[in-house]
Structure formats: structure tokens, C-alpha cells
Write a protein that binds this ligand. Structure first.
Ligand SMILES: Cc1cc2nc3c(=O)[nH]c(=O)nc-3n(C[C@H](O)[C@H](O)[C@H](O)COP(=O)(O)OP(=O)(O)OC[C@H]3O[C@@H](n4cnc5c(N)ncnc54)[C@H](O)[C@@H]3O)c2cc1C
Length: 303
């Protein structure tokens, strides 16, 4: 297929940006990843629908991403069409103690809307750089809360191009996981609710939580947050540090010397460097503790 021609054809049908051979390192917080054959950034729900139909009618494989903050895209890139759910689907509205928000809105925006309305329970979201769609897929969370605590339902576009609403109970949430990880569903809208709480208290707790994050998290290099899930009852960072993994390096990929569960891109790291480092760290922790760390970051694309 000539993806440049297909991109131009789709571009003539929708308002959002369409490109071919788009470097995915522009769309991941790790700043790593080869090109996507076709890349679409829909300007609206209508755009998204059209792009999905366009791909499905031509049997072009489809990959959905959000802010790319939990993604390792391989160096060969992604075949077919990548759709980024972002600013075109980012509207937020508040009614009473409920919030409705497009899947492209960001977690800190959701936290800010809740804070302004005096709704508690969203403080955890203030520091996580993910879109709401990605956050639901990952059941993102931190310190004192996670998506599953405050989400009510999601509106998804299913594999037959029908919009359906799924309640939180249908989403099989557990630690950093949801059933959406195994389904071909595109999350387009989210609804949330929680109880009212004193605004000053929300603000104070958010400030404290953000400064705590800043103190423990590495700054200044591209990354994807925690690379591994915490094993039951322990912390991946503690295990990696105790096994001597801090500072390990492959190419420009380095296990942070500040937080051992983070891998930093010191400049020109490739996905193959990160993958080799991930294997090294897993081997080290398994040799020391007999525990196989599981990846939290999602792997996309080909070598
Ligand atoms: C500095 C930093 C700090 C972080 N701190 C935390 C933290 O404290 N807690 C935490 O849980 N995570 C943290 N993360 C990881 C990340 O921010 C979260 O996992 C986030 O929820 C991912 O959202 P995203 O929009 O970036 O998703 P992406 O990384 O773009 O995608 C993640 C997965 O969701 C799928 N997906 C994305 N959007 C949709 C959609 N609309 N419909 C269907 N599928 C979709 C993708 O295909 C992929 O499988 C951190 C990352 C960074 C870089």
C-alpha cells in the first residue's frame, strides 16, 4: 500500500492532522520509536470515527495511543495507522459531583477540574502525564488513589464501529491493568464521580503530593515513569536498587540513579537499548530474589 497516497486521501476527508512515515519518537515521552505508516491526530469525534472507518474498510491495522507516556515503540515503527487521541477530544464538563471528559483530556486537567468544583478523590491524578483514555487502559494511579476509585463509565467505539457505554464494573480493573488491554475498544469519553471535599484541603494535599513526587522522581531526561509493576507486597524500585541495578546502562538507556524503577533516555537511546536493559534488570532481580519483574510499559511496533 502507498501510505503517502492514503494519508493524502484521508487528510482531504478530515480536519485533524494526517501524515505518513511519522516518527513516533515525537509522540512518546521516552522520545523513542520508529515511524508509523499513517499517523492521525483527530480534531473531533467525527474525525476519529472517519479515520477508524477508513482504516477498517481497507483492512489497515489500527493502533490507538494517548499521550505516549507509558509506551515503548520499537525502532522499526508501527505498521498501519496510529491514531492519537488528544486535544480534539479533550472537553471537560462538571455537573454536581460528576465529571464528563473526553478521552484526550489529561489527568492533571481532570484533577484541576475536580479541585475547582470541590470534588475529592482526584488528587492522585495531578502529577501523572497521561490522557484519560490511556489512564483508564492502564488503571493509572499513585500514592493514594487510582482511576478505578473514581471512574463511573466509559464510552467506547467497538470493533463493529458502534458506540457503547461500559460501566466501571465491566472494565476488570486491578493493579495497573484493565480488561481494555485485551480488547479492541477505543475509549472516547469518560465519566467520573466522587464526594465533595473542602477545596482548601484538596489544594493542600495536591501540593504536598506533587512536591513528594518531585523529590523522589528523576528530572530532566525523557522517560516513561515506572518501567516495571511492583510485585505483590514489594516495590520494583527497591528490588532493583538492592540487586545493584541503579546506574546500569545500555547505549543511552540508563537505570536512573535516583529511582531504580525508571529508565532514562540520556540522549539517543533506541528501543533495542531499553529492551536489552529491561532484560538485564529482570535477570539481575531474578538472580538475587527469585522474582520476575513484569513490565508496566506497553510495547508497540516492530524491530
Ligand atoms: C514522568 C512520568 C510519570 C508517571 N507517573 C505515573 C504514576 O504515578 N502512575 C501511573 O499509573 N503511571 C505513571 N506514568 C505512566 C503513564 O503516565 C500512565 O500509564 C498513563 O495513564 C498513560 O496514559 P497515556 O495517555 O500516555 O497512554 P499511552 O502511553 O499513549 O498508552 C497506554 C496504553 O493505552 C492504550 N490507549 C491509550 N489511549 C487509548 C484510548 N483512548 N483508547 C484505547 N486505548 C488507548 C495504548 O494503546 C497503550 O496500550 C508516568 C509516566 C511518566 C512519563
Amino acid at each position: 500500500m502507498d501510505y503517502r497516497v492514503l494519508s493524502e486521501e484521508l487528510q482531504a476527508m478530515i480536519k485533524g492532522q494526517v501524515s505518513s512515515s511519522e516518527p513516533m519518537n515525537k509522540h512518546t515521552t521516552w522520545r523513542i520509536g520508529g515511524p508509523a505508516d499513517i499517523f492521525v491526530n483527530p480534531a473531533s469525534l467525527e474525525d476519529l470515527y472517519q479515520a477508524v472507518e477508513y482504516a477498517r474498510n481497507r483492512e489497515i491495522p489500527l493502533t490507538i495511543i494517548g499521550n505516549g507516556s507509558n509506551l515503548l515503540v520499537k525502532d522499526g515503527g508501527i505498521r498501519g495507522m496510529v491514531i492519537k487521541i488528544g486535544r480534539g477530544l479533550a472537553e471537560i464538563s462538571v455537573e454536581g459531583n460528576s465529571i464528563r471528559a473526553g478521552a484526550g483530556a489529561m489527568l492533571p486537567e481532570l484533577a484541576a477540574a475536580a479541585r475547582r468544583a470541590g470534588i475529592g478523590g482526584f488528587e492522585f491524578a495531578a502529577g501523572i502525564p497521561g490522557s484519560l483514555g490511556g489512564a483508564v487502559v492502564m488503571n493509572a494511579g499513585a500514592l493514594n488513589g487510582c482511576v478505578a476509585d473514581v471512574l463511573t463509565s466509559v464510552l467506547v467505539l467497538d470493533e463493529h464501529s458502534n458506540f457503547i457505554t461500559l460501566a466501571k464494573e465491566d472494565l476488570g480493573f486491578s493493579y495497573r491493568t484493565s480488561a481494555l488491554q485485551r480488547m479492541q475498544l477505543i475509549c472516547v469519553e469518560t465519566t467520573w464521580s466522587s464526594t465533595f471535599k473542602d477545596k482548601a484541603l484538596i489544594e493542600e494535599e495536591t501540593r504536598e503530593y506533587l512536591s513528594k513526587r518531585k523529590a523522589i522522581q528523576p528530572q530532566g531526561f525523557p522517560c516513561a515513569g515506572s518501567v516495571f509493576k511492583n510485585p505483590e507486597g514489594d516495590s520494583a524500585g527497591r528490588l532493583i536498587e538492592a540487586a545493584g541495578g541503579k546506574g546500569l546502562q545500555v547505549g543511552d538507556a540508563q537505570v536512573s540513579t535516583k529511582h531504580a524503577n525508571w529508565i532514562l533516555n540520556l540522549g539517543n537511546a533506541k528501543a533495542r537499548d531499553v529492551l536489552a536493559l529491561i532484560e538485564k534488570v529482570q535477570g539481575l532481580v531474578e538472580d538475587h530474589f527469585g522474582i520476575l519483574l513484569k513490565r508496566e510499559v506497553r510495547l508497540l511496533g516492530e524491530d
